[in-house]
Write a protein of this length. Structure first.
Length: 151
């Protein structure tokens, strides 16, 4: 074998011996969505606010020019989401659940109206993960404390 082949084989063997990459634990979730009007035209630069039901903490963001918004690194919990835009009725979604390492999609169709009108939609649906294709499991505190011990 030539010197180049030996070097190539040695490098290949060394690369195969490296440990696999380690993934960090994710402690946050995300809320994303698109804002449209009744004709399905996007609503740019609307204000999107979430408020935690447990702590009362609030976060706010603006939709981009394509009507898309994204709130990343959101602590897990239940949130109330509110969207307001000039010339449209304010829309609220109650009980939006954010879980660890999941993207929660909340698309909003806003109605034309004045700033003083408000629509509140309250419903709970099944959480279906369509933005990520990974598999995850959450272990509750009760499950951890009831694990069998070796002693």
């Amino acid at each position: 074998m030539t010197k180049a082949r030996v070097t190539f084989v040695a490098a290949f063997v060394l690369l195969g011996a490296l440990p696999p990459g380690v993934e960090a634990q994710v402690l946050y979730g995300s809320i994303v969505g698109t804002l449209v009007d009744p004709t399905d035209a996007v609503i740019p630069h609307a204000t999107v606010t979430i408020a935690s039901r447990e702590t009362g903490a609030r976060r706010e963001t603006k939709a981009d020019s394509g009507g898309r918004y994204s709130l990343v690194n959101v602590l897990p919990g239940v949130y109330d989401l509110r969207v307001s835009a000039r010339g449209f009725r304010t829309v609220s979604r109650e009980s939006v659940t954010v879980t660890i390492n999941m993207v929660t999609r909340v698309d909003i169709k806003m109605e034309v109206g004045t700033m003083t009108e408000q629509i509140t939609v309250s419903a709970a649906g099944a959480i279906l993960q369509t933005d990520k294709s990974d598999v995850r499991t959450e272990i509750s505190r009760q499950e951890i404390t009831s694990l069998p011990l070796s002693n």
